[in-house]
Design a protein around this ligand. Structure first.
Ligand code: TNX
Length: 535
C-alpha cells in the first residue's frame, strides 16, 4: 500500500515536471532558450561558497548584492576545485552574452560566453531565488539573446532625475537583461551635462523659469516655479558610466543637434541664426529655435562639446538627435543660405529640400569628426530626409518605416516605433487612474505581441541592430511615476528583445507574478493595470 502511494506521488511529480508546470516552476523572464527540469533541490545558505575563475569578481559581487535581501553570501573565492557551491566560469564556445546553468542538489555550475553572459545567468538565478527563496529546484538552462542592442531611453531634460535615480533605473534595466541606456541629456527645456569649455551651459541652460501645466496641445498655463539648476557634473557622469558598466550596460549619450537645442541657444545666443535672446523653453513640443547650420562657429561648438562627451562615455555610439528640425530659421538665414549655395544644394523633392540636405551636411560632418575618434553616430529617423551615410545607424520612431527604409539601404536600424515602444503613452484604453500622459496607447499586451520584423525580408532582418523603449518625461515629474511608466511594460519588451521568436505567452502571466515579487522586493514601483487585467 505504502509502495503504491509513493509511486503515485512519484508519477505525479514527474508529470508536474514534464508538463506546463515546469515553465512556471522555473520562472525566468525573458524566456531562456531552453530549461530542462531535473529532480532535487539545491539548498542555498549563508555558507554557500561562490567559486570563481579569476576575472569574474564583478558578476559575483553584483550577485551577492542582488540577493542580499534574501540571503547574505560571502565574498567569492578563486579556487574552483571543490564540488560544492556556486561555480562561475567562462566558456568561449558560448554566445558572448549567452550562458549555461546547471543546478544540481550539490552545486550550481554557471558558464558564460563572457563576463556579461555570467552576469545574465546570475540574473536568471536571482529570479529563481526570488521565486523559491533558498530551495531552488534543479534544472539545466541554456540561454542567449536574440538582439545585440537591447535598450531603454531616459529623458532627464524635461524632468530631472538624480544620480541615485539613474542608478536605480540601471538596476531595473539590468534585471531585464538590457544592455543599453540611451541617455537624453540636452533639449529645448534644459542642458544637463557639464561641459568645461562652456560653463555658460550649466550656468544658464540647466534651469528654466517655469513649466507648463497640463498638456502642451491644450494648455497655455505655467506654474511660475523656477525649475533647476539641474545637471550632472562630469564626475557624476563618470560614476554613473562606471555603475552601468558594472551591470554590462553601455550608456549612449544623446546630444541633440541642430534642433531641440533652445536651452543651449539661451546660454550661447551665437549658436542661433539671428543671435537674438531666447528663453530656456517652458513649453513642450517642437521649437523653431535651432542651431545655425551655416556658421562655422556651430561646428566648432559641436566638436568641442563632443570632444568632452567622448572622454566621458566609452560607448562606440554617440546619439546626435537630429529629430524634428523646423527649417524656418534656416530659410531666412543669410549664413545658412550662403552655405547652401556654397555646397550647391538644391530642392530635389518634397523631403530632399536644400535645407534638409544642409542638415545632412551637418550630420555628415559630425559623423566624420566622431569617426576620427573611433565613434559612430545614431540619429533619429528624421535624418533620412536629406540623405545619410551608409555608416549611420537610424533610430526608427515614426513607426517602423524609417527602420525598414534604413535596412533596405544597408544601414543598421534600431526599432523604437511609437505604437509599441513609447512608454510615455497611456497603458490602458480607458486611461482611468493613469494621470496625464502625452497620448497614444501602449499596453503591456501590445508590447508583448509586437513583431519587430514586420515588413522586412529575411535578409533585411539582419540590419535590425536592436529594439528600445523611449520614455520622454514631459508629463512625468517624479521617479516613482517614471518607474510606473517603465514597469511592467519593460518586462514585455525585454522578452521581445531577448527571446523574440521564442516568447512564451502561455506562461507570461505566471512569470509576471514572479517579476512583480521581484519588483516589490527591491521597492521598484510598477503600474497595476496589467495585473488587474486592464488593457
Ligand atoms: C517626439 S521621439 C520627440 C520628443 C518628445 C516625444 C514625446 C523624438 C525623436 N522626438 O522630443 O519628447 O515626441 O513623445
Amino acid at each position: 500500500m505504502r509502495h503504491t502511494l509513493r509511486s503515485w506521488v512519484a508519477t505525479f511529480v514527474a508529470l508536474l515536471l514534464t508538463f506546463g508546470a515546469s515553465a512556471t516552476t522555473y520562472s525566468i523572464l525573458p524566456a531562456p532558450t531552453s530549461i530542462r527540469p531535473s529532480e532535487g533541490i539545491f539548498r542555498l545558505t549563508h555558507k554557500t561558497p561562490i567559486r570563481i575563475e579569476k576575472g569574474l569578481e564583478n558578476p559575483a559581487e553584483r550577485f551577492i548584492e542582488d540577493v542580499a535581501p534574501i540571503v547574505s553570501l560571502k565574498a567569492p573565492r578563486i579556487h574552483a576545485k571543490h564540488a560544492d557551491g556556486i561555480h562561475l566560469a567562462l566558456d568561449a564556445t558560448l554566445h558572448a552574452e549567452g550562458y549555461r546553468m546547471q543546478i544540481t542538489p550539490q552545486a550550481i555550475h554557471i558558464a558564460g560566453g563572457s563576463e556579461a553572459g555570467v552576469y545574465y545567468a546570475l540574473q536568471s538565478l536571482r529570479q529563481l531565488i526570488v521565486q523559491h527563496r533558498t530551495a531552488i529546484p534543479c534544472c539545466e538552462v541554456e540561454d542567449q539573446p536574440n538582439f545585440a542592442y537591447r535598450g531603454a531611453h531616459m529623458d532627464v531634460v524635461r524632468h530631472f532625475f538624480t544620480v541615485e535615480e539613474v542608478k536605480c533605473y540601471l538596476d531595473i534595466l539590468a534585471a531585464h537583461k538590457l544592455n543599453r541606456l540611451h541617455w537624453h541629456l540636452t533639449d529645448d527645456q534644459g542642458w544637463r551635462i557639464e561641459i568645461k569649455r562652456y560653463p555658460e551651459l550649466t550656468e544658464h541652460a540647466s534651469k528654466r523659469n517655469e513649466t507648463l501645466i497640463g498638456h502642451c496641445l491644450r494648455s497655455t498655463t505655467y506654474d511660475g516655479i523656477p525649475y533647476g539648476p539641474y545637471f550632472f557634473t562630469q564626475e557624476e557622469i563618470r560614476d554613473i558610466v562606471r555603475y552601468a558598466a558594472e551591470r554590462y550596460i553601455t550608456i549612449i549619450p544623446e546630444i541633440e543637434m541642430p534642433s531641440h537645442a533652445q536651452a543651449a541657444l539661451h546660454a550661447l545666443p551665437w549658436l542661433g541664426c539671428e543671435e537674438q535672446q531666447v528663453e530656456v523653453w517652458t513649453h513642450w513640443g517642437v521649437s523653431p529655435e535651432v542651431m545655425c547650420g551655416g556658421k562655422e562657429t556651430t561646428y566648432e561648438f559641436l566638436e568641442n562639446v563632443l570632444t568632452e562627451v567622448i572622454e566621458l562615455f566609452p560607448s562606440e555610439y554617440i546619439h546626435i538627435g537630429g529629430d524634428e528640425c523646423p527649417k524656418e530659421r534656416w530659410e531666412a538665414c543669410e549664413h545658412c543660405q550662403a552655405r547652401i549655395r556654397e555646397l550647391g544644394l538644391k530642392d530635389e523633392s518634397e523631403t530632399r529640400t536644400a535645407e534638409n540636405q544642409l542638415q545632412s551636411y551637418l550630420t555628415g560632418r559630425i559623423e566624420r569628426f566622431l569617426a576620427k575618434h573611433g565613434r559612430r553616430i545614431i540619429g533619429w529617423d528624421d535624418i533620412l530626409a536629406g540623405g545619410v551615410s551608409p555608416e549611420a545607424t537610424v533610430m526608427s520612431w515614426q513607426g517602423s518605416k524609417g527602420g525598414i527604409y534604413a535596412a533596405k539601404h544597408g544601414n543598421l536600424a534600431i526599432m523604437t516605433p511609437m505604437d509599441y515602444c513609447y512608454f510615455d503613452f497611456y497603458q490602458t484604453k480607458s486611461q482611468e487612474g493613469e494621470g496625464l500622459a502625452i497620448g497614444g496607447w501602449v499596453s503591456f499586451e501590445k508590447v508583448y505581441g509586437w513583431n519587430p520584423y514586420e515588413g522586412l525580408t529575411a535578409d533585411e532582418r539582419s540590419y535590425i541592430y536592436g529594439l528600445q523603449c523611449n520614455l520622454w518625461s514631459e508629463y512625468i515629474t517624479s521617479f516613482d511615476h517614471l518607474q510606473r511608466m517603465l514597469l511592467p511594460r519593460l518586462a514585455a519588451l525585454s522578452e521581445v528583445q531577448w527571446a523574440t521568436d521564442r516568447r512564451n505567452p502561455a506562461t507570461i502571466r505566471a512569470r509576471m507574478e514572479q517579476m512583480r515579487r521581484l519588483y516589490e522586493l527591491y521597492g521598484w514601483s510598477y503600474a497595476p493595470y496589467y495585473f488587474e487585467g486592464r488593457e
